[in-house]
Ligand binder design. Structure first.
Ligand code: F6R
Length: 368
């Protein structure tokens, strides 16, 4: 059942092109219009929404952080992301014109379930993004967008995360379409770009050897940092979470702009630091991340840079360059996370850990 792989996690990493393709299937037509027929919230209700609140835990919450950037940009509707475990304990402001989006692979996470129950008591509309048909969270929501990742057996989420990102992008573009925002004409081209993601993920997977070599090189590192900005920031958080939960080593993700506000004090000789660099089109952001890389390198860090293919401006400051296919900035997380998943999986297996069942963790967390 592991399809020739030694670990479910490895199999699931390699299934990601198909999982993403399956999640996109049938959701937009040749006319460029998105169809999310399963959203049982009327277009007039979707037009009346004045706030979006995304609630989720762990990896799913990082998909939510990416979604915030995309949804606000495309729809201009204010969007917050909150950890489900915090949400109902702070008297959150939600009501009938709030769209609450609950993201959960398993559909059984107790923290997320309790948060949506609270939101519905306040009369908010709840839309679930979920991978498990008929599970509790979609049953208790007003509507659901299913991701079609197939069963995720490995405790650490991989294909679940990528398909959550895809569902979030589809939702954002659909809301933009329904509400007729200024990005209306871009919807078709972004949907077409999403269609190219499975091939782009395959291209990243084809370079796994380079990442495996890195895992061998850093197998004894006591700590690893991950930096990113904009949508690269949640990627950094997710890269760090994967390494913590699988390899049991200290790892942290930071917003690169926060470095000088504290974390740079951690940088010392030989510390491995992964940096997600935005595509070159975003000049200012790109330039700022490149200067962050220069700063940490000057303090002895080993810089492992994930950047767009052909990005020569960052190459001189990279000890290792991991090239990503060219893609719009907002969609880059779909590609940038893949080498970080492979790194965590390879490093953990080298240490002899069970990557399908990391210690102390359960696949679905059904207690608060
Ligand atoms: C990390 C991981 C967890 C889950 C979190 C939410 O690899 O798997 O952080 O993402 O427990 O789970 P779901 O999505 O099932 O609600």
């Amino acid at each position: 059942e592991k399809g020739g792989y030694d670990w479910f996690m490895r199999k699931e990493i390699y299934e990601q092109p198909k999982a993403v393709a399956d999640t996109l299937l049938g959701r937009h037509g040749a006319d460029g219009q998105l169809k999310l027929d399963e959203i049982r919230i009327s277009e007039s209700e979707l037009r009346a929404i004045d706030k979006i609140v995304i609630i989720a835990c762990g990896t799913a919450s990082y998909a939510g952080l990416v979604a915030k950037y995309a949804i606000e940009h495309w729809t201009r509707v204010p969007c917050e992301v909150e950890l489900a475990s915090e949400f109902r304990y702070r008297d959150p402001i939600v009501g009938p014109t709030t769209l609450v989006v609950a993201i959960s692979q398993s559909g059984e996470t107790a923290d997320t379930l309790m948060a949506i129950r609270h939101a519905r008591e306040q009369k908010a509309k709840v839309l679930a993004i979920c991978n498990t048909n008929g599970s509790t969270i979609p049953r208790e929501s007003d509507a659901v967008i299913y991701t079609h990742a197939g069963p995720e057996i490995g405790v650490a989420s991989t294909k679940g995360f990528l398909t959550q990102l895809v569902a979030c992008y589809l939702l954002g573009l659909y809301l933009a379409q329904v509400r007729g925002t200024r990005f209306g004409d871009e919807i078709g081209s972004l949907a077409a770009e999403l269609d190219k993601m499975p091939a782009a993920i395959s291209a990243v997977l084809a370079d796994a050897d380079q990442v495996q070599a890195l895992a061998a090189e850093f197998v004894d590192a006591p700590s690893v940092l991950f930096l990113g900005r904009h949508v690269g920031y949640p990627v950094a958080l997710e890269g760090a979470l994967k390494l913590k939960e699988l390899a049991y080593i200290h790892a942290e993700g930071f917003a690169a702009g926060e470095l000088k506000h504290g974390p740079i004090a951690l940088v010392e000789d030989q510390l491995p630091v992964f940096v997600v660099v935005p595509p070159q089109g975003r000049d200012l952001l790109h330039e700022k991340v490149v200067s962050n890389i220069m700063e940490i390198r000057a303090r002895g860090a080993r810089t492992i840079v994930l950047a767009e293919q052909g990005d020569t401006s960052v190459a001189p400051y990279a000890d290792v360059m991991i090239s990503l296919p060219k893609v719009s900035t907002l969609l880059q997380p779909i590609l940038a996370i893949v080498p970080l998943q492979i790194f965590a999986c390879e490093l953990a297996t080298r240490k002899g850990h069970d990557v399908d069942q990391p210690r102390n963790l359960a696949k679905s967390v059904t207690v608060e």
